[in-house]
Write a protein that binds this ligand. Structure first.
Ligand code: NDP
Length: 310
């Protein structure tokens, strides 16, 4: 019987069709039917993105797994009709992009590049930034993306601490976990990067109390999810001077409405959810390899823990 893969994100089909067919061939699945429409009974796997029309998975009686094209699964993990394994995206291209975006924005704040740009007025006024080794950076979330960013920052000599749910050991990173671990990371982080998934536990994690634990003049960099931050508390912390700046890539409402105060706030940098993106070529290889595993009877990689929500 032909293995049928339903690509359930019409807007992404043009970008994925060719790389996916190539990747399936390379993974020994050249005979698989890769389609955008199928009889529900025929479908073995769904390649999924939150913009999909598929909302009810119970109509696919022979479904073996759903492979999410994004790293974040908050848009699908709570779907009660989904009873087969759900995998999230782990893609080398996605990770590379995130490392570049995070490193760039951390270096901007570390080096004080904004001050240089603002002061280009003919006055020779020197202010030498500290070395990275003397700059404490915190990374909340030490998964695929957070750990890669923490390692890259440590590779530039930043003094990096990270926080995760479970205990971890990563060379060159001071790893913390649990509530007391969070307090320790917050208290030291002059620049704090959020790379947590959105779950019941992380929703509004950065509330007024936690923002107030950051050192005076700290910078927040959020490429995780908008809901990780209490927006009103963030504005208060910026206006009150506790925080020097927030660089935000993700928002509670996307696209960020034109009238939202983040756009015009002098201490906020908005980027339009471009910190990183799943890259069709490398992501297609990851998906094809995972489906090939399942077809060989091996466990899928990167299966979402439905209870934990990520
Ligand atoms: P992972 O699942 O690999 O890592 C998540 C990390 O967060 C893990 O270290 C996990 O801990 C930690 N974590 C989760 N819940 C808690 C908690 N309650 N307390 C402490 N730590 C917690 O995810 P990725 O690294 O692949 O992706 C992270 C997020 O990045 C995505 O969920 C998505 O929201 C965002 N993202 C944003 C993009 C953008 O362009 N802006 C692009 C791609 C992703 P543990 O290790 O113990 O499990």
């Amino acid at each position: 019987m032909t293995t049928t893969l339903l690509f359930a994100s019409p807007p992404l089909w043009p970008a994925y069709e060719a790389p996916l067919r190539r990747a399936l061939d390379e993974a020994g699945l050249g005979d698989a039917a890769l389609v955008t429409e199928a009889e529900p009974e025929a479908v073995d796997y769904i390649i999924y993105a939150p913009n999909s029309d598929v909302k009810d998975f119970s109509v696919f009686p022979n479904l073996k797994a759903v492979l999410n094209l994004w790293a974040g699964v908050e848009g699908v993990v709570g779907n009660e009709t989904l009873t087969v394994p759900l995998t999230r995206m782990v893609d080398s291209g996605l990770t590379e992009g995130m490392v570049e975006w995070v490193t760039g924005h951390v270096l901007r704040h570390h080096l004080g590049i904004d001050a240089n740009l603002a002061a280009q007025d003919g006055t020779w006024s020197k202010s030498v930034p500290p070395l990275a080794r003397d700059r404490a950076v915190g990374v909340l979330g030490l998964g695929q993306l957070g750990a890669a960013c923490a390692r890259a920052l440590a590779g530039l000599n930043f003094d990096v601490a990270g926080w995760s749910r479970s205990p971890k050991t990563i060379d060159g990173i001071a790893c913390h976990h649990g509530d007391s671990g969070l307090d320790a990371v917050l208290a030291r982080s002059e620049i704090l990067v959020l790379l947590l998934p959105l779950t019941d536990e992380t929703d509004s994690l950065m509330n007024a109390a936690r923002l107030s634990r950051l050192p005076q003049g700290a910078v927040l960099v959020n490429p995780g999810r908008g809901q990780l931050i209490d927006d009103a508390a963030l504005i208060d912390a910026l206006d009150g001077g506790r925080l020097a700046h927030a660089t935000l890539d993700v928002f509670r409402t996307e696209p960020l409405p034109p009238e939202h105060q983040f756009w015009a706030h002098p201490k906020v940098t908005v980027t339009p959810h471009i910190a990183s993106e799943t890259r069709p070529a490398s992501a297609s290889r990851a998906i094809a390899a995972n489906i090939a595993r399942a077809e060989r009877g091996e466990p899928l990689h990167h299966v979402v823990d439905r209870d934990a929500g990520y």
